[in-house]
Design a protein around this ligand. Structure first.
Ligand SMILES: [Fe+2]
Length: 111
């Protein structure tokens, strides 16, 4: 995932951002769908106490990301769409840093 984001940023810096944006958005949507599913299975296995709130975030985030991919598909790789995709990536990174870290600590403590 970090590779995909770095590739997009590199592409933007060298003026190829428009070609890469849709590819990156699609990759992120696929990656997130798989990663969230794996992580939810782990949370259930370890009876993570904040599963419900975490799961709700995952459901809403997947919907938002899917909408962002659809908008890019419909209206192309505009500056506005790049900003919206970047914002989505930041929300995901914050989630990983805070919430997924709590999950990891719980799993570590209980295994
Ligand atoms: Fe998560």
């Amino acid at each position: 995932m970090f590779d995909a984001i770095n590739n997009l940023l590199d592409a933007c810096a060298s003026g190829r951002g428009r070609d890469s944006m849709h590819k990156t958005a699609q990759f992120l949507a696929d990656y997130v769908a798989k990663h969230f599913g794996d992580e939810e299975a782990l949370q259930k296995q370890y009876h993570y106490p904040h599963y419900d709130a975490h799961h709700t975030f995952h459901v809403n985030y997947k919907k938002q990301l899917r909408e962002a991919v659809d908008v890019i598909e419909r209206s192309g790789a505009t500056m506005e769409n790049l900003q919206s995709l970047t914002q989505q990536v930041n929300v995901l990174l914050n989630h990983i840093r805070r919430e997924d870290k709590r999950v990891a600590a719980h799993v570590r403590k209980n295994s």
